[in-house]
Design a protein around this ligand. Structure first.
Ligand SMILES: [Zn+2]
Length: 200
């Protein structure tokens, strides 16, 4: 093994561990410590680790880098199929419920993951509004049940307005989930508009 591979492996594991630690701290606050402990474990599998080391960059994620170079990322396809805290885990374009309502413990883990990633990537520039701003753009690129989208928008708005300590509590997040995902009886149906166009 070359020196670079060892260096990149260690750097990548350090980054993943830092992320996992922050996710664990948030997940304890939301009453899902086990989810926090198991968070992103598949990143240590060969399929994900090998690509992350190969495309380690330090500035952008290795998944992003592989997408740029290869057009897609094998590590991501492996990751999203195994980790229920990702919206894409739940998407099935051939199912009657294209994107179902994700159960509480996984959306709660998703919140911990998104906040942790936002804090890690923004570093010193992170503010209470960072994740809210990112979510405004992200929600347009994903397929997620509108009730989950409304719930997450409310959570990140509260983080922006009141901060993490006041917002990220088991009681608050559970009651918001109840309000937006359980008590809201609106019915939604997904409309697919996938189209391909030829390019030169
Ligand atoms: Zn993940």
């Amino acid at each position: 093994m070359s020196k670079n591979i060892i260096k990149n492996t260690l750097k990548h594991i350090k980054l993943v561990s830092k992320h996992k630690w922050l996710v664990f701290r948030f997940s304890c606050r939301l009453g899902i410590p086990f989810r926090g402990l198991m968070h992103d474990m598949s990143k240590f599998s060969w399929e994900e680790l090998s690509e992350s080391v190969k495309y380690y960059d330090g500035k952008i994620s290795p998944i992003e880098k592989s997408r740029k170079i290869n057009g897609y990322s094998k590590a991501w396809l492996h990751h999203k199929g195994r980790n229920k805290h990702h919206d894409w885990y739940w998407v099935d374009l051939t199912a009657p419920e294209v994107a179902p309502i994700i159960p509480y413990k996984y959306v709660a883990e998703m919140i911990c993951d998104k906040l942790s990633a936002s804090i890690t990537y923004n570093g010193k520039n992170w503010t209470n509004g960072s994740q809210y701003d990112y979510w405004q753009k992200e929600k347009k690129r994903i397929i997620i049940h509108p009730k989950i989208e409304n719930f997450l928008t409310e959570v990140f708005t509260q983080v922006k307005d009141y901060g993490i300590d006041k917002t990220i509590t088991k009681q608050n997040i559970k009651s918001l989930y109840q309000k937006y995902c359980i008590q809201d009886k609106t019915k939604y149906q997904y409309e697919f508009h996938g189209e391909w166009k030829k390019v030169d």
